[in-house]
Design a protein around this ligand. Structure first.
Ligand code: TXA
Ligand code: MG
Length: 317
């Protein structure tokens, strides 16, 4: 018998083929997946997440070649990016094929695609035989899940099956880049698991998406990835003084602070390890007795950019 959480790839594939939604592990965060071409199933994702229909989904594929099942053409540099970073935490926004339902792309003429690196989900994608549309498996606006238990805690009663692939190795969502035909270059929509420095080393400088792009990429909504408790980011000592007398949880690279809870993201000040721990720590503090969360500003390089981006959005209210 299958429980609600399990590691039965064939069972997950059967559910997906019959139009159900399944939570899947990826190297970044857990996703809530459905057959990309089954509009009823995709609609269920939006309902379960309480996600507004203007926030498009990422399509996950099993092989690099499968990109042409959803994309109409590959802009210059796309092949190099796919060869260098797939499978892995890079999402490309590409001109879409008409077969991709508008629901998946929120009516945009582009589609976001990635080939995930998690072996269990790679096996699932091969088994199902269709690309899977999947946003992160959290209620809209909340912190993304990095374990199967995180998914169960929040969506357990709404999802028929959670495929458990262990804790996510990267821990923050994929980096999203898209080709901008006007600027004739790639633009960063969201910093994530692949450092932008590595992308620029391959294809040259990447543009930053300005405010005009915000409505097109609601994952970039200012208030997002947010715990229920207030989050403040900056100089930890100064913030601790400002909130003296309150029960505080601190997220940093150090244990030296005097606070009710001190969560050190990495003993070695390793940004990859810090990214891996970030969301679980935010969840823990959100569930703790602390009244508010204070986080330091991490180095603005490599995975530090994704960490700072998520903390900044968590603090925007
Ligand atoms: O690592 C990840 O990317 C995870 C795993 C499950 O793959 N997925 C994920 O999806 O983080 P999520 O919930 O962030 O939603 C996808 C985001 C949207 O909010 C939007 O910012 C962006 O991807 N996106 C999707 N389609 C887009 C498009 N056509 N143009 C611009 N941005 C798009
Ligand atoms: Mg999300």
């Amino acid at each position: 018998m299958n429980g609600r959480i399990g590691s039965d790839v064939e069972h997950a594939a059967a559910l997906l083929r019959s139009g159900e939604v399944v939570a899947i592990p990826t190297e970044t965060v857990y996703g809530l997946a459905a057959n990309t071409f089954d509009e009823g199933a995709v609609l269920n994702i939006f309902t379960i997440k309480e996600r507004p229909s203007f926030d498009p989904l990422i399509v996950h594929i099993a092989e690099r070649d499968h990109v042409m099942r959803v994309a109409k053409e590959l802009p210059q540099g796309a092949q190099e990016l796919m060869d260098a970073f797939w499978p892995g935490p890079l999402t490309l926004v590409l001109p879409k094929r008409p077969e991709v339902p508008d629901l998946v792309t929120s009516g945009l003429d582009s589609v976001a695609v990635r080939m995930p690196a998690h072996p269990m989900t790679a096996a699932l994608l091969r088994e199902v035989g269709v690309p899977l549309a999947a946003p992160s498996a959290n209620p809209f606006g909340y912190i993304s899940p990095t374990t199967a238990q995180h998914v169960a805690d929040q969506l357990g009663t709404k999802v028929p099956y959670i495929l458990d692939g262990g804790p996510c190795a990267v821990g923050v969502e994929s980096t999203i880049v898209g080709w901008d035909p006007q600027q004739r270059r790639w633009v960063l929509y969201r910093p994530g698991g692949i450092p932008v420095e590595r992308i620029e080393a391959l294809i040259g400088s990447v543009g930053m998406s300005g405010p005009s792009k915000l409505h097109m990429a609601p994952g970039m909504l200012e208030s997002h990835y947010a715990p229920h408790k207030p989050v403040h980011v900056g100089d930890v000592s100064a913030l601790l003084k400002r909130y003296a007398g309150r029960s505080v949880g601190v997220i940093s690279f150090s244990t030296e602070y005097e606070a009710d809870r001190c969560e050190m993201l990495s003993v070695d000040r390793d940004l990859a390890e810090a990214a891996r721990n970030l969301f679980a720590v935010l969840r823990e503090l959100d569930a703790s007795d602390c009244a508010l969360i204070i986080a330091e500003q991490f180095p603005e390089e490599g995975l530090g950019r994704a960490i700072n981006d998520r903390l900044r959005r968590a603090s925007a209210r």
